[in-house]
Design a protein around this ligand. Structure first.
Ligand code: ADP
Ligand code: MG
Length: 302
């Protein structure tokens, strides 16, 4: 395990930002930490990266206890904060150079590392320009380069794609994939784009500081998201029949949705009532419906 958090608590006055939170992250995995605004994601990240003191609980990162080895932990992880921490007056190059110097990386060593980061992130055109002249997407690439400059084992990204245009979101995702493939880097990210969470190896959902669900996307979808059989024919008969059989049914113009639990049920319905299934499709529940089910909140509205 590269992160082990047990019974973590953190309050700001009477706000329980993190409330008895426990979870683990495995080495090499893409871990997604989900929750609406104010759920406690950034607070957890700030604690596990040694920036914010906790009230109680235990936090072990890269085998080091953050109470005793905060400096060691900081060397081994890279973090992209929700709000950029770059110096806007400086050029992208100078931002990276001063960051690298903090880790004792300078001269030829810095040049070599910058070359690698350029190859990964495409920085060449933007390095000499002052940060304040860069677009949001360009700045985000420099944020990521900054987090990676000392070649960490664990990359933490706090909402790395929020507010970005689709093109830059795609760049961020390509970079994450490349880093994972080429170096087996562990990536911990928060997001409220559910289609991103669906790519993760493991997901923890947080609500008001508490863990409300965890598992692989497949496990979560099987547990919490109903599948839908959508029938486009024999609407009236289908509605009456499936309602009488106790299914949750929703009739719309042109189709009837029947909520089912798992693909096996769909197969069974199709076989037993084949006369109603002239034209239909089976739709898998997605991470949006998982999130709505476990938090009662629609992630798209926040
Ligand atoms: P998220 O990152 O999931 O949006 P945060 O961890 O930023 O959530 O916030 C969790 C809760 O803690 C929120 O209610 C927020 O208002 C509160 N909070 C976070 N940081 C502070 C702080 N420095 N002082 C007071 N309250 C805070
Ligand atoms: Mg946050």
């Amino acid at each position: 395990m590269i992160i082990e958090i047990s019974n973590l608590h953190k309050s700001f006055k009477d706000v329980k930002a993190v409330d008895d939170l426990s979870f683990c992250v495995k080495e090499g995995e893409l871990f997604a930490f989900l929750g609406v605004n104010g759920a406690g994601k950034s607070t957890t990240i700030n604690i596990l990266s040694g920036i914010l003191p906790k009230d109680s609980g235990s936090v072990i990162v890269c085998g080091e206890n953050i109470d005793k080895q905060a400096d060691e932990v900081k060397l081994r992880l890279g973090i992209v904060f929700q709000a950029s921490v770059l110096d806007k007056r400086l050029s992208a190059y100078d931002n990276l150079k001063s960051r690298a110097a903090l880790y004792g990386i300078s001269g030829e060593k810095f040049k070599k590392r910058l070359g690698e980061l350029d190859k990964l992130l495409g920085l060449n055109d933007i390095l000499k320009r002052p940060l304040c002249k860069l677009s949001g997407g360009q700045r985000r690439r420099i944020d990521i380069a900054r987090a990676l400059v000392h070649d960490p084992e664990l990359l933490i990204l706090d909402e790395p794609t929020t507010g970005l245009d689709p093109q830059t979101r795609a760049v961020v995702w390509r970079v994450i994939e490349e880093l994972r493939k080429s170096q087996g880097l562990t990536v911990f990210l928060t997001t409220h784009y559910m289609e991103e969470a669906a790519n993760a190896d493991y997901v923890v959902i947080l609500d008001a500081g508490k863990k409300v669900a965890e598992g692989t996307p497949h496990e979560l979808k099987s547990l919490y998201a109903a599948d839908i059989v959508r029938l486009y024919s024999h609407l009236e008969e289908a509605e009456d029949l499936f309602r009488s059989l106790g299914y949750s049914v929703c009739r719309e113009r042109g189709y009837v949705d029947v909520e089912i639990k798992g693909t096996r049920t769909a197969t069974q319905l199709i076989t037993e009532h084949s006369e109603l299934f002239d034209d239909y499709e089976v739709m898998k529940g997605n991470m949006d419906s998982v999130f709505l089910r476990v938090t009662g909140k629609d992630v798209r509205e926040v």
